[in-house]
Design a protein around this ligand. Structure first.
Ligand code: NAI
Length: 457
């Protein structure tokens, strides 16, 4: 039986980043992955969707190029099969990169399903592909999968129904797509297909899309996409499927139907915590695995990171950081997980990004807060690069007495590349006055954060 310092189950952004850090720190590490290294993020989540969305952005740029004095691109055509093939190429390349990183870190990668057998002489014993492995520590990074509710008629609808996984490998562009759930996955696919000419309907049971986002931002984004042709059915709960039709109840209690040649189910994700022997170690399991701020479970030597953790944001960057915290604690280094400055991004066009408290959360917390806001057009670079009339916004929520930055929310490109400075501000408990003293490069859109701070007297 091969013996290791650390066994990691799951090779997504939680598992492979932890393996890389552990390997670099000299821990003998084994990583079990039953599918492809990179996990959902790299194979059927973050990376493939952003690759598709970038093709849609390029297509859109081509069609809009006339606004920038560039002509003869208005008739641009998008080759769906080529777009999907490029996405596959990008994924292959990055999976190769993870493989290389594992090799460089001297991590033993076992491409097989792992099963926890129990403990022997204080070591965790794991079996995979007929072999047994033992380890002093175990890190569970088994991730999540799409939650597909048992809607009546769902099974009969066959391959009309897709999740984030199947929709990535469709051979043909749907003519009409119905999206059940206007959350992050739903809105990113809705944005992609809307841009490339599919008729898209989003059915969402809440009164707003992108539930946890700052209301002002999500409402503005919805208006932008409604203008571009997406139909939003809000306050509409899906109750069933009839062939290629989604059945839902509208706010007046009437039963309505909307048809599509594909139906995307994006109503949330569920942690993968069953079927691999956690019970053999006595690890506490609910909908996910509870962990403390050092990513320790109730069983000494057993850690958890990523979507398998209960009650924390299901985001790749959270998973990676949790993996690092677990490894540091295994190494005996002081490190704790903090969730106050977790950025979230929705890769629509325009992008949306936020960190910290939303205005609604600040109000609900009973804090004495104030809001500073500016459209992105106050940054010269934004004006130089954004023709058209889409609304944009930078919104800073801060404490009224001490002016500490509590939350930053942005709508406009490239918010995804700017939000980390707001993460640093929140993580280091910066005040508006300290933010004003930071030198931002000019001309960049990022200056909008400083400009917004300067609206505070
Ligand atoms: P979500 O929780 O973001 O959204 C699901 C939506 O479905 C909710 O708005 C909910 O109200 C709605 N819903 C549920 N049941 C319904 C019904 N019967 N009828 C109508 N609407 C219904 O879940 P989603 O979009 O599946 O994403 C899962 C996870 O993946 C999230 O935690 C998200 O953070 C993560 N993710 C992050 C991305 C990013 O950071 N850019 C991209 C994609 C996913």
């Amino acid at each position: 039986m091969q013996s290791f310092d650390l066994a990691i189950i799951g090779g997504g952004p939680g598992g492979y980043v932890a393996a890389e850090r552990a390997g670099a720190a000299g821990l003998a590490t084994v990583l079990f992955e039953k599918k492809s290294l990179g996990g959902v993020c790299l194979n059927e989540g973050c990376i493939p969707t952003k690759t598709l969305l970038y093709s849609a952005k390029v297509y859109n740029y081509a069609k809009q190029a006339g606004h920038y004095g560039v002509h003869n691109t208005e008739g641009a055509q998008l080759d769906y099969a080529e777009v999907v093939a490029r996405k596959d190429k990008v994924v292959r390349k990055l999976v190769g990169g993870v493989k290389a990183a594992m090799k460089a870190g001297k991590v033993t990668v076992v491409n097989a399903e792992a099963r926890i057998e129990g403990k022997e002489e204080g070591l965790v014993v794991i079996s995979a592909a007929g072999e047994k492995y033992s380890a002093r520590n175990l890190l569970i990074c088994t991730g999540s999968e799409a939650a597909v509710p048992p809607f009546p008629g769902l099974k009969e609808a066959g391959d009309v129904i897709v999740t984030n996984r199947e929709i990535l490998s469709l051979k043909e562009q749907p003519k009409e797509l119905v999206v059940i759930g206007g959350g992050v996955i739903g809105m990113e696919f809705a944005a992609f297909y809307n841009t490339i000419g599919t008729k898209v309907t989003v059915v969402e049971m809440l009164p707003k899309i992108l539930g946890p986002l700052d209301n002002e931002i999500s409402e503005t984004l919805q208006k932008i996409y409604a203008k571009r042709g997406i139909e939003f059915c809000l306050n509409c709960k899906v109750t069933g499927i009839e062939g290629n039709k989604v059945v839902y109840e509208n706010p007046s209690g009437e039963t309505c139907r909307v048809a599509g040649d594909r139906i995307l189910v994006s109503v949330g994700r569920r942690s993968n915590v069953k079927g691999f022997g956690l019970e053999n170690l006595g690890v506490e399991v609910g909908r996910g695995i509870p962990a403390d701020d050092r990513m320790r479970t109730n069983v000494p030597g057993v850690y958890v990171a990523g979507d398998a953790v209960s009650g924390t944001p299901m985001l790749a960057h959270v998973a990676s950081r949790e993996g690092e915290v677990a490894v540091n604690n295994i190494l005996g280094k002081e490190d704790r997980m903090r969730y106050e400055a977790v950025p979230s991004v929705v890769y629509t066009n325009p992008e949306v990004a936020g960190v910290g408290l939303t205005e609604e959360q600040a109000a609900a917390s009973g804090r004495d807060y104030a809001v500073a806001r500016l459209p992105m057009t106050y940054a010269g670079r934004y004006v130089a690069e954004n023709e058209g009339s889409d609304p944009s916004l930078c919104k800073v929520i801060y404490g009224k007495e001490y002016h500490e930055v509590l939350g930053v929310h942005m709508l406009g490109n490239p918010s995804s590349e700017m939000i980390h400075s707001a993460c640093i501000a929140i993580e280091t408990e910066m005040t508006i006055e300290q933010l004003k003293e930071i030198i931002f490069p000019h001309p960049t859109v990022s200056e909008i954060l400083k400009e917004t701070a300067f609206t505070v007297k």
